[in-house]
Design a protein around this ligand. Structure first.
Ligand code: ADP
Ligand code: 5GP
Length: 196
């Protein structure tokens, strides 16, 4: 239920709408891996593709992993109020388009966002029924190993991500659920149960 428009809110309640799930956690913890599994397991679950000002990594395609947009366009979209939430994360901007989420929920689909903690807390303010799920690593050492093992980040970007990880971990108790991603199969099963 989106709070900026109470008229739409009451109409919204009459319809069979989907549920909104928000997945957060430090970079490299396994959110993308868990998300892929959840999308395979739950046919009614749709992933909302975020906008970002970061440059695509090798193998990433505009409109698949993200909508890759310029800072100028991002600022324009902010000023037009198009974002449900947005945040400055690891030196770039990331945001979720409100229209994308509302369209899917109203079509009766569940929606999954994979966003940082600042964004998750904004979503909770606007859509209090959203289910907030935090993915935590078994330890900071394991997190660093996974992030290095993924091989996508240069040293500087890796350091920024590890510093931010500690800030994100400090906010995990704000979430409805915490999944420790140690054994991947168990973590996927926990997420599947929450969603279904
Ligand atoms: P995020 O999306 O949170 O940044 P990824 O899903 O890209 O993280 O995972 C980071 C790396 O850790 C990837 O190489 C992934 O294959 C690996 N990984 C994810 N979950 C586990 C797990 N439970 N055990 C071991 N490796 C994992
Ligand atoms: P990456 O650059 O590794 O793809 O993502 C970096 C971080 O940005 C991750 O923590 C991810 O959850 C977060 N992120 C991705 N999309 C969004 C979004 O739309 N909004 C917010 N607030 N964070 C996002």
């Amino acid at each position: 239920m989106y709070r900026e428009n109470e008229g739409a809110d009451s109409e919204h309640r009459m319809m069979k709408t989907g549920r909104l799930f928000v997945l957060s956690g430090p970079s490299g913890v396994g959110k993308g891996t868990l998300r892929e599994n959840a999308l395979n397991d739950a046919p009614n679950l749709k992933y909302s593709i975020s906008c970002t000002t970061r440059k695509p990594r090798d193998g990433e395609t505009d409109g698949v992993e993200y909508r890759f947009i310029s800072r100028e366009k991002f600022r324009e979209d902010i000023s037009q109020g198009l974002f449900l939430e947005y945040a400055h994360v690891h030196e770039d901007y990331y945001g979720t388009l409100k229209a994308d989420v509302v369209r899917e929920l109203e079509a009766g689909h569940d929606v999954l966002l994979e966003i940082d903690v600042q964004g998750a807390l904004q979503v909770r303010e606007k859509m209090p029924d959203a289910v907030l799920i935090f993915v935590a690593p078994p330890s900071v050492e394991v997190l660093e190993r996974r992030l290095r093992g993924r091989g996508t980040e240069a040293q500087e970007s890796l350091n920024v991500r590890l510093e931010n990880a500690l800030k994100e971990l400090a906010l995990k108790d704000e979430y409805d659920y915490i999944i420790v991603n140690d054994d991947l199969h168990s973590a996927c099963e926990e997420l599947r149960k929450i969603i279904l």
